[in-house]
Design a binder for this molecule. Structure first.
Ligand SMILES: *Cc1c(COP(=O)(O)O)cnc(C)c1O
Length: 402
């Protein structure tokens, strides 16, 4: 990754990730675990996460795009990699050549996949047929499942690797949400029965995301596809309480850290940053941190009263987040000694204090998924707990970041 002169980094605790993978595996047992590592492993670094998840017992990986699957293969990952949507027809040769497991749900997609398998002389490619049971994003209509499965089965180079579906409200706790989840399960079971009745038995079936794996045991089937929970973040804050109080709590994997780059004492009435949004009530110490919205710290974190940890204490922002820098109100002069090089925690733990991804999501009116995926490509990921000999230098305790 080269040198990083700017002291901002995301720490990725691979021991925590392995712990979460083991917890999810035990929860879902006897179902196998598919670790979802799309979007660069929800911002954690896809290859490092994939390796750690496989070490902890994941037997499948899943990504959204062909390109993401190729990155895993280039990184030396060998376990099956499921593509969660049907690849574009032009990508089917790459899919087969890279040994990725495609999802399909159109006749033209199945034809293109069959042609690619034949042209490369691959004896059989396992296609995972996706049926839409109510999410209404991608997937075959239940009335088309029979003909699509038959087309796969009839093709000399294809096999029906799986029938699968995706839940829309598995995290929901209302009776309406519960009823909809039941409806999806029922539709899925009907589709499996229709195929079986025609002698088309898929090699496996899967339907559970993290929320369903945790909260809806009957969705677990042979395989569960867990993303967010693997990263130690709950699908919703409500489920987070359940997860945190479980016998085996999940552990957060990512923390976002930086070091103070500049410190000043400013007079009462000074209004730091663009827009001069808020006057200091008294003469105060203001610290500048070299991280901004281009790194995934949203500009509106100031407006929604977001905070950071500095010196083991919560400190509010002193003004709007800018593209590359953020100003922190460290209180009245003399309240704390703040120096250039001090560690600032934006997400994670410092001393007894912690700011969680869910807390950010609450401030920003979003979900943990979006917070994690928003952490910018410009922020280096520093893995802790790499299996030897792949050790990565830890951030030094001095003024520089990693
Ligand atoms: C992203 C995704 C998952 C993982 O969802 P989590 O809620 O993060 O566990 C599973 N299945 C599909 C189809 C997805 O797109």
């Amino acid at each position: 990754m080269g040198e990083h002169w700017r002291p901002v980094w995301a720490e990725i605790d691979l021991d925590a990730l392995r712990h979460n993978a083991r917890v999810l595996r035990r929860r879902a047992y006897p179902a196998a675990l598919c670790a979802v590592v799309k979007a660069d492993g929800y911002g954690h670094g896809a290859v490092a996460v994939a390796e750690a998840a496989v070490e902890a017992g994941a037997s499948w990986l899943a990504v959204a795009r062909v390109e993401e699957g190729v990155v895993l293969r280039e990184g030396g990952v060998e376990v099956p990699v499921l593509l969660l949507s049907e690849p574009p027809q032009e990508a089917m040769v790459e899919v087969v050549a890279s040994g990725l497991t495609p999802t399909v749900y159109t006749a033209t997609g199945i034809e293109a996949l069959g042609r690619a398998a034949a042209s490369l002389g691959v004896p059989h490619v396992d296609a995972h047929l996706k049926v839409d049971t109510g999410m209404h994003r991608v997937g075959a209509d239940s009335t088309d499942v029979m003909s699509l499965a038959a087309a796969i089965d009839a093709h000399p180079h294809l096999r029906l690797g799986a029938l699968w579906t995706h839940m829309a409200v598995a995290e929901g706790v209302s009776s309406e949400d519960r009823a909809f989840t039941d409806l999806q399960v029922g539709r899925f079971e009907a589709a499996v029965a229709t195929l079986s009745g025609a002698g088309l038995v898929p090699m496996t079936t899967h339907m559970a995301n993290s929320a369903a794996t945790i909260a809806v045991p009957e969705t677990r089937r042979a395989l569960v596809r867990c993303g967010i929970a693997l990263y130690g973040v709950a699908p919703t804050p409500a489920l987070g309480v359940a997860v945190a109080t479980a016998a085996e709590p999940l552990r957060p994997v990512l923390s976002l850290r930086a070091r103070v780059s500049f410190v000043r004492d400013l007079d009462a009435g000074a209004r730091p940053s663009y827009g001069r949004r808020r006057p200091l009530a008294e003469r105060s110490t203001v610290a500048t941190v070299p991280v901004g919205y281009a790194d995934g710290v949203p500009r509106r974190l100031f407006d929604c009263n977001g905070a950071v940890l500095l010196g083991g204490r919560r400190r509010p922002l002193a003004g709007s987040v800018t593209m590359d820098q953020t100003v922190v109100d460290c209180g009245p002069v003399g309240d704390a000694t703040v120096s250039v090089g001090d560690e600032v925690v934006l997400i994670g733990r410092q001393g007894d204090e912690e700011i969680t991804v869910d807390e950010w999501a609450g401030w920003l009116g979003t979900i943990g998924y979006e917070v994690l995926c928003g952490i910018g490509a410009r922020v280096p990921r520093v893995s802790l707990g790499h299996s030897p000999p792949k050790g990565t230098a830890l951030p030094s305790g001095r003024g520089n970041g990693p």
